[in-house]
Design a protein around this ligand. Structure first.
Ligand SMILES: [Zn+2]
Length: 138
């Protein structure tokens, strides 16, 4: 079973380039403003550059933060969480996707075999690179 595991984990290079340029421009702007104010005594123009720089910096940081948040969400989504449901009576094991509200020892749907209430035995996040330990002997 191979799921599409190509969810975007990294920022698109174009967006990254735009952000880097914006950051560089804002830093340059701040330096220009400081230079104008301190070295040349031009406070009017200096404060304009400072404001421009600070605003651009704040905006690009905001975009960066938002994008990171979204990427992290996607990365989390890419790893499915699975719940293992066990029938204590007949030992039937059922594996299904994690559902909201699942917790270990919670009673789940009735067993399709013996109609006894099944219990959630395990909840785990599937890790991609582990070898399958599905060898049941006897
Ligand atoms: Zn059962």
């Amino acid at each position: 079973m191979s799921e599409p595991f190509t969810a975007q984990r990294r920022m698109s290079p174009i967006l990254l380039a735009i952000l880097v340029i914006a950051l560089l421009l804002s830093v340059a702007s701040v330096f220009q403003g400081v230079d104008l104010m301190l070295a040349r005594g031009n406070f009017e123009e200096g404060s304009f550059y400072l404001t421009l720089g600070a605003t651009t910096l704040a905006l690009s940081m905001y975009v960066l933060f938002q994008t990171r948040k979204r990427i992290m969400k996607l990365a989390l989504k890419a790893q499915p969480v699975t719940s293992t449901i066990l029938c204590e009576k007949c030992g039937l094991k059922n594996v299904r996707d994690f559902q909201r509200g699942d917790f270990v020892f919670k009673e789940a749907d009735p067993c399709p075999k013996c109609n006894e209430n099944m219990v959630i035995a395990e909840i785990y996040r599937e890790v991609k690179d582990t070898k399958k330990t599905g060898t049941t002997l006897g």
